[in-house]
Write a protein that binds this ligand. Structure first.
Ligand SMILES: Cc1ncc(COP(=O)(O)O)c(C=O)c1O
Length: 376
């Protein structure tokens, strides 16, 4: 085991979530490098740790927020700005990408003139009543075939109904600034992006012909993380998106994106510790001190299949790795290749665990989740 990891464990104990801010910066810069035309709004929901927001803020990132609290987490860094700069930042660098916002949230953000997404006429009525200052972005329903987490069953308006909703918004005295979509999270089927961009372009050009001056195309998140070797390369996707954007939209149109997972997933590893071991129906079960109610919550909410490595070498066999709670649901994986001779007190390493992990940790059974440490 690497000496520096052992030192961290000695100092902080386990479970230990180690977040590398250099990797965060590299991921952000890689996104910008391969999609230079696209403004990058980090999707705070993927991991809202304040230190992540701070690092990305210092890199010049924009932010996608899902709630008033997430908005405030970003606002903290611009609170001291001059009024004009603050207003510009909020308008230019923050988007409320949650298509449904409660009335109270809308009332609270009205004074900030936010950019918000919507996908239905009830939401329009709420925005008109409680946040008339908002700029609107209409979220479209697009194919999300094969994505790890699908989106289109809950969000987005059908292509055929988009125009009437745009008209409704303008008729109500609101302004639709642009169109958005999300092809599903961890999208490895790049045809989803091509299809979504083409659907969006049809609606965009149709709206412009009808006199509605849309200015923003928001291509959402979904950018895939290299969890395994089968995942196609981000660079290839970026080439497709860049070419399609240039082909489909005039140069003065702002293209924005909301990557979450892509920025943060590879920036963290988790060290967990074996706290129990049993053979159940012939299979070795490793009980570790983290589970699906904690850092491995992505197994449930994110359909994520975690990886495990032991520091001890040995012939491997199929083992189970389960969490520390009394709930039998708390099984992380029933099929992990590990040596069967690991012992209580041995450590397991899980890579690429930065996204949708600590973001949805609970305190179930009185376990408080992993200690988070930062490599800056
Ligand atoms: C509206 C919206 N934008 C962006 C994201 C981030 O997606 P991803 O982590 O796949 O990049 C999500 C994820 O749920 C989302 O709902």
């Amino acid at each position: 085991m690497k000496k520096d990891l052992l030192q961290l464990i000695k100092k902080h104990g386990t479970p230990l979530f180690i977040l590398d801010h250099n990797i965060l910066r590299e991921n952000y810069r890689m996104f910008k490098k391969h999609l230079p035309r696209v403004q990058c709004y980090y999707a705070v929901k993927a991991n809202s740790h304040p230190e992540i927001i701070k690092t990305l803020f210092n890199e010049g990132s924009s932010f996608d927020v899902a709630s008033y609290n997430e908005f405030m987490q970003v606002y903290k860094y611009i609170k001291h700005f001059e009024k004009k700069d603050k207003e510009f930042f909020i308008w230019d660098k923050i988007i409320f990408s949650n298509t449904i916002k409660d009335c109270d949230t809308l009332r609270k953000v009205k004074r900030y003139r936010p950019l918000v997404t919507f996908d239905n006429s009830e939401e329009l009525k709420k925005i008109k009543a409680h946040c008339v200052t908002a700029g609107l972005v209409l979220r479209l329903k697009v194919p999300d075939t094969g994505s790890q987490v699908e989106m289109s069953s809950k969000f987005g308006i059908d292509q055929g109904e988009a125009h009437s909703l745009i008209r409704q918004a303008f008729d109500a005295g609101l302004v639709v600034e642009g169109l958005s979509f999300h092809v599903g999270s961890q999208c490895t089927n790049f045809d989803n992006y091509t299809a979504a961009l083409n659907i969006t372009a049809d609606i965009f050009h149709d709206a412009r012909k009808k006199g509605y001056d849309l200015k923003i195309i928001d291509i959402g998140g979904g950018f895939p993380v290299p969890y395994d070797e089968q995942v196609p390369k981000f660079e290839a996707l970026a080439n497709i998106i860049a070419a399609e954007c240039d082909r489909l939209f005039p140069q003065d149109i702002e293209i924005i994106a909301e990557p979450g997972r892509f920025i943060v997933a590879t920036a963290a590893v988790l060290i967990s510790e074996i706290i129990g071991k049993a053979r159940r129906d012939g299979k070795v079960f490793y009980h570790i001190n983290d589970g699906v109610y904690h850092t491995f919550s992505g197994v449930v909410y994110d359909h994520w299949i975690p990886n495990f490595r032991s520091f001890k070498r040995g012939k491997e066999e199929v083992c189970a790795v389960v969490g520390p709670t009394c709930d039998s649901f708390d099984k992380i994986s029933l099929s992990v290749q590990l040596p069967p001779n690991l012992e209580i007190g041995d450590y397991l390493l899980t890579e690429n665990i930065g996204a949708y992990s600590v973001a949805s940790t609970t305190k179930f059974n009185g376990f408080y989740g992993a200690t988070i440490v930062h490599r800056t």
